[in-house]
Ligand binder design. Structure first.
Ligand SMILES: *[C@@H]1O[C@H](CO)[C@@H](O)[C@H](O)[C@H]1NC(C)=O
Ligand SMILES: *[C@@H]1O[C@H](CO)[C@@H](O)[C@H](O)[C@H]1NC(C)=O
Ligand SMILES: *[C@@H]1O[C@H](CO)[C@@H](O)[C@H](O)[C@H]1NC(C)=O
Ligand SMILES: *[C@@H]1O[C@H](CO)[C@@H](O)[C@H](O)[C@H]1NC(C)=O
Ligand SMILES: *[C@@H]1O[C@H](CO)[C@@H](O)[C@H](O)[C@H]1NC(C)=O
Length: 357
């Protein structure tokens, strides 16, 4: 099947399984809110106090005044390996599942008006540029960004059951896309993105707004399948690298006996996902350049708590490990992710459809 037909199909299929309903008190989906950076960004994009989930907890106008470790800035960036933000809780020892609507931006670089990821918390990071998106994946001491040590986490994304986003009002921008950054100083709003946090790992994708089918590469309907299916990668613990890569096959799409199939994640009411009919493959990458973390991340706050004694802040971890950054998985049930590859019986209903090529 021609790729364009495949993406169109995926878009139709995706629309049919998204059961999200806008909250009447906050009817405009976050996905439809567009603001040029920085002048059009309102103080809060979702101040709706009458909505079921309440207003967003933070704000979107972020500057030097708001930049400290109590910042509630909810405007995020993915620019490069030395300049990106992750969504994480505002209060220590929280789970992503309990706080998905309230995450704030934690960044690697000063200047975005946000909290900063403490020195040494990042243990390995891979930044990949593909034709249609950029992806960042890696390993982190998640307790340094307020995520409980045992939390397998889940997905943050610009949709959610009420279409207000998780976090509510969370915006994302990037200067990484040449088509929208002709002067090296222009940020494009990224409307199609995903960020899995948890299991001491993370992955995030920002789809090029001017790229091919950004909604297909940055799907938000596979939130229980983690990085392994949404951002397949070969990030290594202890390695900091920038690579070029091919586009992945959009999440959910696979081939079986020559037929292109679409898999849909079963509803949570059917229990843990114990098997998925395909294994996502890691797209080819090349031209990887490695860095020392100390050269990438500078002037970051000192880690808090016991983790401060486990390594010299900012130092590059010496050991490497070849597992991919894929720990982050389900929002509400960490156990189901762990079971994906280890249990052979089908418990969930797999909505697979056959399309002739
Ligand atoms: C900085 O951001 C805060 C919070 O959004 C806002 O109240 C303030 O007006 C901003 N300051 C400047 C100088 O833009
Ligand atoms: C962080 O900045 C805010 C806004 O300027 C301020 O109210 C708060 O006290 C600061 N917190 C810390 C820990 O510096
Ligand atoms: C984090 O919270 C859990 C559950 O509430 C608790 O058992 C644990 O002691 C807390 N850990 C820290 C470091 O506060
Ligand atoms: C943008 O930055 C790149 C890399 O530093 C440089 O090669 C290029 O010339 C810059 N373009 C402009 C228009 O300044
Ligand atoms: C990554 O390596 C560090 C040592 O540098 C280790 O403390 C941490 O547990 C490792 N993370 C994972 C997810 O294996």
């Amino acid at each position: 099947m021609a790729p364009s037909a495949l993406y169109a199909l995926l878009a139709v299929a995706a629309a049919s399984v998204v059961l999200a309903q806008p909250d009447p008190a906050a009817p405009t989906p976050l996905y439809d809110k567009h603001y040029k950076y920085p002048n059009e960004i309102p103080y809060q994009v979702d101040p709706n106090t009458a909505a079921i989930r309440g207003p967003q907890i933070g704000y979107n106008q972020c500057n030097s005044t708001t930049e400290n470790q109590s910042s509630l800035c909810q405007t995020s960036f993915i620019n490069h390996i030395d300049d990106f933000c992750l969504w994480a809780p505002s209060k220590p020892n929280s789970t992503i599942g309990d706080t998905e609507g309230q995450e704030v931006a934690w960044c690697t670089k000063h200047g975005h008006g946000t909290r900063l990821i403490p020195a040494g918390a990042l243990k390995g990071v891979q930044f990949i540029r593909t034709p249609d998106y950029i992806q960042i994946a890696g390993f982190i001491d998640q307790t340094q960004i307020n995520i409980a040590a045992s939390d397998y986490g889940g997905e943050l994304d610009p949709h959610g059951a009420d279409l207000r986003g998780n976090p509510l009002g969370g915006l994302m921008y990037s200067n990484a896309f040449p088509s929208t950054n002709t002067d090296n100083n222009s940020y494009a709003q990224v409307s199609d993105w995903t960020n899995f946090m948890g299991g001491s790992a993370f992955c995030a994708k920002a789809c090029d707004p001017a790229g091919k089918t950004p909604g297909a590469f940055c799907q938000n309907i596979y939130d229980r399948l983690g990085c392994e299916y949404n951002a397949p990668n070969n990030a290594k613990n202890g390695t900091f690298e920038v690579c070029e890569g091919d586009n992945m096959t959009p999440p959910g799409i696979y081939t079986s006996s020559g037929h292109t199939m679409t898999y849909f994640q079963p509803p949570e009411s059917l229990g843990p996902i114990t098997t998925v009919p395909y294994t996502a493959s890691v797209p080819a990458s090349s031209n990887c350049v490695t860095y020392h973390s100390t050269d990438l991340y500078q002037s970051l706050p000192t880690p808090t708590g016991s983790a401060a004694t486990t390594g010299k802040p900012g130092s590059s971890p010496s050991s490497t490990r070849s597992a991919s950054a894929g720990g982050a998985a389900p929002t509400s049930n960490g156990a189901s992710a762990v079971g994906i590859s280890s249990v052979a019986t089908i418990v969930g209903v797999l909505f697979a459809m056959v399309f002739l090529s």
